[in-house]
Write a protein that binds this ligand. Sequence first.
Ligand code: ZN
Length: 415
Amino acid sequence: MPLRAKVASSVSRTAAALSRAAGRGDGSVIGGWIGLKIDPDLLAHLSAGRAIALVSGTNGKTTTTRLTSAAVGVLGRVATNSFGANMPSGHTSALAKAGSTPYAVLEVDEHYLAQVLEATEPHVVALLNLSRDQLDRAKEVAMMAQLWRAALVRHTDVRVVANADDPLVVWAATPPGDPARGIKPPHVTWFSAGQRWHDDSWVCPECGSTIQRSGEQWWCTGCPLRRPEPHWVVEDEGVLDPSGAWHKVSLQLPGKVNLGNAATALAVAAEFGVRPVDAVSRLGIVTSVAGRYAQVDKDGRNIRLLLAKNPASWLEAFDMADEAPTLLSINARDPDGMDTSWLYDVDFAPLRGRQVLITGDRAYDLAVRLDVNDVPFQHVRTFDDALRAVPPGRLEVIANYTAFQDIRAELDRVI
Ligand SMILES: [Zn+2]
């Protein structure tokens, strides 16, 4: 590395360590930020010589990144931003901290994908899904798909691993080539991870016609865009690989959505030459991911934490949660987005018949929503009150971002 990059990398590590020592979180954002101030090309310098996979999408990227790191770990040491700091400062910090590693698997905020593709020149990019998120500031989803597509045109050598079930992702992953200018379409491996949430993909991003669905198939009624045949498919409790071999996947993470994330991880690892048969057992090592899916026992209650940030992930959380008392918590602070009107995009009917408790800064927004959906509920002020209100056994907790962090902190205090 050039001297400037070496200095920047060293200062970045020191700043992150100081921030950790001062109890200000894991320090990855501030460390990376300072490093990039000293050397704006630091991320590119730190990426050179590593085989890199980027993982992006609206939902599931933290978990998929973790599973992919485990799978690629078959080959050697893997640098990764495991704490969810998924912007260039977080990537810079993660690579500086890891030192020299042959591999890196980086979670990338979908808005930064083009920039991080440019800086890191990855071997593989995994595109998971696109749906509405943070209504007050996020780009409209079709615009995100357009940005991804434009970024891939500039990086036709990258191998793309993409979700065949999401029309926006399929369109983003398949920009046309231009033989006259020597631009070939990207090489895409398709996986099928299912898509429970369809409300952002009724309109074709190519031609504006309606997308129709039947079973797992979907197709545009006005142009040739349709679901590609996936190479990697979730089947029963396992994953079918492109050769037709089926691998049982035993995860400690709940839900079909995580089997889909496992299929994605195996597909990405295969692009580095990892055989699924060698990687599959390593996926079972992953327990909780930055506190998600963590299980805590307290006063005879087994508490499980599920993070749900936007309509698509709320639907997945309802699917993952057991038929058990459920605490919902909603905040609307800066990291969550201030606009909670998305609550009306989610059907809360699956909660009928369960004991439902609500809490959080915006519990009253939830109260109105649940009332409209005919779901009886009880409001509690604190997590401790919630624990006292439910019988011994499983308590599912579904919370959005800062509400989730609040509950983690409160759990640390009470246990
Ligand atoms: Zn179309």
